[in-house]
Design a protein around this ligand. Structure first.
Ligand code: SAM
Length: 476
């Protein structure tokens, strides 16, 4: 029980006025004070759900399926001495710690039969990346996903999460998401706008979430949300699908924002009913077909999800192409890319997919559809940095290893738990195997990649990026 959860009276009066008749305020308050159940989502870019469950159950992990996400589980662990984020499985990107109700928006987006998994998608407010990584997994790293975030510090966290999870089809941008309707009209097959909001649904994980709550602040943020939704709608192709979501409860930031779009663009789109999204979804369904998840319904955080389909174009008075600096990359000539790809295949038995681009001393793998947005948007990073070049050759990156290392059929070394711990603490290791190798090597623990190393005799020199080095309390 969180007795210190701050639930001011004026907030509770506001909620009581909008709480549906079949739900109780007492249960609302009780659930706000109850700690959240821990939940995770399996990253199917790296491991199947069945293999993950088989790996974790013997370690005392109890995994209870989240009914609206077939890769999501509530988790209880017999031994909690190692923080979840320090487990080997988290460090190698096998799962993402994500609140169960926060899995709903992407489920809603991909439940739409028109969704193109190899299309051009936008995640307009993406950091820290729980939904970006969820979308990328459902796209199976195909097509292209533009992940945008306005806050610089949060952009860095997004980038780290994409790398850890082996995501290769994302282009990251750093703008106020209002620009997408102006710069890229009718560009995206599908859009998620998981909007910045007042976070009324998050009190169960942050007891001070409502410290600065006021009607004025809600109205202010609702105006921002309206602008973001209208812009996202312009950026959506006719025939495309858009999900608008928040982790807040007030009608102003949810139903009223959807209504404002309806008032503007009338029959150019329609909202889908999400009542059948999963068994029991109707318990949270509003008359308009949105999901308004009160925390007591599914014992989760509060959430709101609406899904619309765009039927036809609307006049766009916003359109104004963005200013771009010089694009620093150029496609790698085939005479350079082919030998490199063949060498990687010969050494590791995997072929990186995507288009190879180079700039100064770096070689990158860009997503398949990158050319559709090339010259229209400035990116912070595109796809995956494959290698750094130097006079006599190149060095494959840590992020390449995390994306491709699990699929390697050779050129890897398996560590035991003691060595794996040492490796994650930034130290060189001496694996016990019959013959030492030469050159670069993918370092794995129980079949999943921790990073890159280099053979020096029987020692593997540690090439883990310094910022990923952990001090202690690693693994079970
Ligand atoms: N989708 C994220 C996830 O699932 O991990 C959570 C997104 S959070 C609800 C909203 C994000 O929007 C925050 O990271 C915030 O920094 C960002 N943001 C705030 N104003 C924005 C704007 N005008 N344009 C784009 N992003 C914005």
């Amino acid at each position: 029980m969180h007795d210190n959860t701050y639930l001011p009276d004026h907030f509770l009066r506001h909620i009581a006025a909008i709480m549906p008749a079949h739900l109780s305020m007492d249960e609302f308050v009780a659930s706000c004070r109850r700690p959240l159940r821990r939940s995770i989502r399996v990253n199917t870019l790296k491991i199947s759900v069945a293999a993950f469950v088989a790996r974790m159950q013997p370690l005392g992990w109890q995994l209870d399926p989240v009914p609206w996400c077939d890769t999501g589980f509530w988790l209880s662990r017999e031994d909690e001495s190692v923080p979840l984020g320090n487990t080997a499985e988290h460090l190698s990107g096998l799962f993402y710690i994500q609140e169960a109700s926060s899995m709903l928006p992407v489920t809603a987006l991909f439940a739409c039969e028109q969704i193109r998994r190899d299309g051009m998608l936008l995640d307009a407010a993406a950091a820290p990346g729980s939904k970006t990584t969820q979308i990328a997994a459902l796209m199976d790293n195909q097509g292209m996903l533009v992940a945008n975030e306005y806050s610089s510090s949060r952009l860095k966290v997004l980038s780290a999460n994409l790398q850890r999870c082996g995501v290769t089809n994302v282009g990251m941008t750093h703008f106020d998401a209002k620009v997408f309707g102006q710069w890229l009209p009718e560009t995206f097959d599908a859009i998620l706008l998981d909007a910045p909001c007042s976070g009324e649904g998050t009190v169960r994980k942050d007891e001070d979430a409502l410290r600065n709550w006021s009607i004025e602040s809600i109205d202010e943020i609702a105006a921002v949300q309206q602008g973001l939704l209208e812009s996202a709608f312009h950026a959506l192709k006719p025939g495309g699908v858009l999900v608008y979501s928040t982790c807040t409860l007030s009608l102003q930031e949810n139903q009223a924002v959807c209504q404002s779009l309806q008032d503007k663009f009338g029959d150019a789109f329609s909202f889908d009913s999400l009542a059948d999204l999963f068994p029991a979804a109707e318990k949270a369904c509003t008359p308009e077909g949105y999901l308004h998840v009160w925390p007591q319904i599914f014992d989760s955080e509060g959430f709101f999800v609406a899904r619309l389909r765009k039927h036809h174009s609307v006049p766009n008075t916003m359109f104004k192409p963005g200013k771009l600096g010089k694009f620093p990359f150029s496609p790698l000539p085939v005479k350079e890319s082919e030998p490199m790809l063949r060498e990687i295949e010969a050494a590791f038995g995997v072929v990186p997919h995507g288009n190879l681009f180079g700039r100064s001393e770096e070689i990158w793998l860009f997503p398949q559809l990158f050319e559709q947005v090339q010259g229209k948007l400035r990116f912070d990073r595109i796809g995956l940095k494959l290698a750094e070049t130097f006079k006599k050759g190149y060095r494959l990156t840590h992020e390449w290893a995390l994306a491709y290392g699990d699929g390697a059929s050779k050129g890897f070394v398996e560590l035991d738990i003691a060595n794996a711990r040492e490796f994650m603490m930034g130290r060189d290791v001496w694996p016990e195997q019959e013959a030492a190798g030469t050159g670069e090597v993918i370092v794995r623990y129980q079949g999943h990649t921790l990073g890159m190393g280099k053979w020096v005799g029987s020692r593997v020199k540690n090439a883990l990026p310094r910022e990923l080095v952990r001090d202690n309390n690693l693994f079970v």
